[in-house]
Design a protein. Structure first.
Length: 213
């Protein structure tokens, strides 16, 4: 029996079960993050099944899986490298809520018309972040300044069209972005490893409120 929250390898049987509504799944695209277990744990803690797939899991396979949401992980790779691992670009247009974390956000921005480059100043560790616009990700968060966990050497230098800035740090102007029409969200920080109320609020809002069938 497939247990809620466990790391699952995609197969025909699971795809059929998900398609039939037997499981409420979140597709987790693993780009080599060291925090994969934490993502899986968050998904399971809110009663959904995390299905871990590799970057070459294309849009057609994703539609067969029929997840209620997508999480794209961080990575040791760099989004602007010519041979950097990428998603099937059609996935961004499926209308499935997506949360891109760090590299996952940079990939999204790079493909959808923004630009990513080496950051003038890396951020590693805990940093203060300011919420500058409303977002369903932070619904219920009482503070406008929160502490987040950063671990990145690159950043978005030009935001893609139709995206809005949600949060910033002193060093990173696009710490969190969103395109509400396409249900695309990105965080430069790592809410999956945070232990603060704001991290739990973000993960819960995305997994339980934004990811609905």
């Amino acid at each position: 029996m497939l247990l809620i929250g466990v790391l699952a390898h995609i197969g025909k049987e699971l795809a059929m079960q998900a398609q039939n509504g037997q499981y409420d799944t979140i597709a987790v695209y693993d780009f080599g993050t060291e925090y994969l277990a934490e993502i899986i744990r968050w998904v399971g803690s809110f009663g959904k099944v995390a299905v871990c797939v590799k970057p070459d899991f294309d849009a057609d396979k994703l539609k067969e899986l029929n997840p209620s949401g997508i999480i794209v992980s961080g990575s040791p790779s760099t989004a602007y490298w010519p041979d950097a691992p990428r998603l099937d670009e059609r996935i961004y247009e499926l209308g499935i809520p997506m949360l891109g974390i760090c590299y996952g956000m940079q990939l999204m921005a790079q493909w959808l018309g923004g630009e990513v480059e080496k950051a003038p100043q890396s951020e590693h560790g805990a940093f203060k972040m300011r919420l500058v616009n409303d977002s369903p990700l932070f619904e219920g968060c009482k503070d406008t300044e929160i502490t987040t966990w950063m671990k990145h050497n690159d950043w978005i230098c030009i935001m893609p069209p139709n995206f809005d800035i949600v949060a910033e740090t002193d060093n990173t102007p696009y710490a969190c972005i969103q395109d509400l029409d396409r249900k695309l969200f990105g965080t430069q920080f790592h809410p999956e490893v945070g232990k603060r109320d704001s991290d739990r609020i973000l993960m819960k809002n995305f997994i339980t409120k934004l990811c609905k069938r």
